[in-house]
Design a protein around this ligand. Structure first.
Ligand SMILES: [Fe+2]
Ligand SMILES: [Fe+2]
Length: 158
């Protein structure tokens, strides 16, 4: 997991996460902090193992860690956070020695993560884990949340 740990220490990764934390300090809905992206990584790994999907652990973790970086720019620039963070994610992946092929794979999944249909197994895993990571059943903002009732997690699923 050497390359994943490199991401954790990457200055842009760290400053972007801090920026998201600042922006979300008053937010009553789900946060997009380190806890969230690490939960997503672990759930992706569990689901991949359960479903027999063979994707390298480092690719799963890198995808999860970088998937919400665009949240740092959404308020200022508007648009889809899944796309706003792609350039940053690519640069970080390059600096952390992920190959061109791995970068394309990861960036595609990040771009797709809030789209209606996942086009490939990594995108599908990210979408699924992103939703399962949320503890709706204990959320104080349950009533105000825009998620459709049926999508809210009513208990621990994994
Ligand atoms: Fe997201
Ligand atoms: Fe997310």
């Amino acid at each position: 997991m050497e390359r994943v740990n490199k991401i954790l220490y990457h200055p842009i990764f760290r400053s972007t996460l801090r920026q998201i934390e600042r922006l979300e300090s008053e937010r009553i809905f789900c946060l997009h902090n380190l806890d969230h992206v690490l939960s997503v990584a672990r759930i992706m790994l569990l689901c991949a193992r359960e479903e027999g999907i063979e994707i390298a652990k480092e690719v799963l973790y890198a995808t999860a860690l970088l998937h919400d970086l665009g949240r740092a720019y959404q308020e200022e620039q508007g648009g889809n956070h899944a796309r706003l963070g792609l350039a940053l994610a690519k640069d970080i992946l390059t600096d952390c020695s992920f190959s061109e092929e791995e970068r394309e794979h990861i960036v595609t999944a990040i771009a797709n993560h809030n789209q209606a249909e996942a086009s490939d197994p990594l995108s599908a895993l990210l979408q699924k884990a992103d939703k399962l990571s949320r503890n709706c059943f204990l959320c104080p903002a349950y009533q105000e949340c825009y998620w459709p009732e049926l999508q809210k997690n009513q208990g621990v699923v994994l």
